[in-house]
Design a binder for this molecule. Structure first.
Ligand code: IPE
Ligand code: IPE
Ligand code: MG
Length: 264
């Protein structure tokens, strides 16, 4: 069954799933093309319930599945989520191991369904500290879904924006050193294409759950003009309804990009 979810102007029909709020109506042109989410607060959610941090991370993985589907149904082009930062290795080994195993089983369990739903999956971040098994699973997921035309779902694992920028600078410097490009050719576009998110539009809407008001080294370059949305909701409690509210809030913002509003 299909139903219209966008009101007014150019509207789009999407599959009628159980993952979309029934009253979601946003003009297609007002949708953010790229949404980034810092999925924070699994630990605080668990603590509030008297449960282990691991239980919080498991609940967070279930939320992620629902949100990928909702973003896909809403017609979002790119969804990039922060799952593990270059700084998260500082956590106790037990928690790090638990998270890495959780990513592995998330992929194993969900990739077939995401593929069937036309999701194109990629990973951003460093790949040098993962097990061979997980690396293979990541590469398989990317290859298998490479030609899908639905939402581009980027999972940031062992990702840090500063690290990504340094890697991009090094790759451009190496190309310049062998004469493949001239230093003067390096501009914002060439630089963007040297990042892990090459090919994706810049972040329009940057969401962080669980109340902290910081970026924590996520997509610093890509979010140069992103609209920020902070919510106290812990990630496991984040719903497609709240995603829709964030998008509605975004649609009401005046984005000037340094210029003036049209009527001024
Ligand atoms: C986010 O939840 C998940 C990861 C960083 C892997 P946290 O584990 O940071 O939860 P809090 O911030 O301690 O509540
Ligand atoms: C950011 O959350 C990283 C992820 C959500 C994966 P953190 O919990 O690591 O961030 P800080 O330490 O509060 O800045
Ligand atoms: Mg946290």
């Amino acid at each position: 069954m299909w139903r219209k979810i966008f009101g007014g102007g150019k509207s789009t029909s999407v599959p009628d799933g159980d993952h979309l709020p029934s009253n979601f109506a946003i003009d297609h042109g007002a949708l953010p093309r790229h949404i980034a989410i810092v999925m924070d607060g699994n630990g605080r959610w668990a603590k509030a319930q008297g449960r282990s941090r691991s239980a919080g991370h498991e609940a967070g993985a279930r939320t992620l599945k629902r949100i990928v589907r909702a973003a896909s149904d809403m017609g979002i082009e790119v969804l990039t989520v922060y799952a593990f930062s270059t700084e998260n290795w500082k956590r106790p080994q037990r928690e790090v191991d638990f998270l890495l195993n959780l990513f592995d089983s998330f992929l194993e369990k969900e990739i077939a369904e995401m593929h069937a739903e036309n999701v194109r999956m990629s990973f951003i971040g460093r790949r040098d500290r993962f097990t061979e098994r997980f690396l293979r699973r990541m590469e398989d997921a990317e290859l298998r879904t490479a030609n899908n035309t639905g939402v581009h779902f980027n999972l940031a694992a062992n990702y840090g924006s500063q690290d990504e920028i340094v890697r991009a600078v090094r790759s451009l410097a190496a190309r310049a050193a062998v004469g493949e490009i001239a230093p003067e050719e390096i501009d914002a576009e060439l630089f963007s294409n040297a990042l892990d998110t090459a090919g994706d539009p810049p972040v329009d809407l940057f969401i962080r759950t669980s109340g902290d008001l910081r970026l924590s080294n996520f997509l610093l370059w890509q979010s140069a003009y992103a609209e920020l949305y902070f919510t106290d909701t812990h990630w496991p409690d984040f719903t497609p309804e709240e995603l829709a509210r964030a998008i509605e809030d975004f649609a009401g913002r005046s984005r000037r990009f340094g210029g003036l509003d049209a009527e001024e």
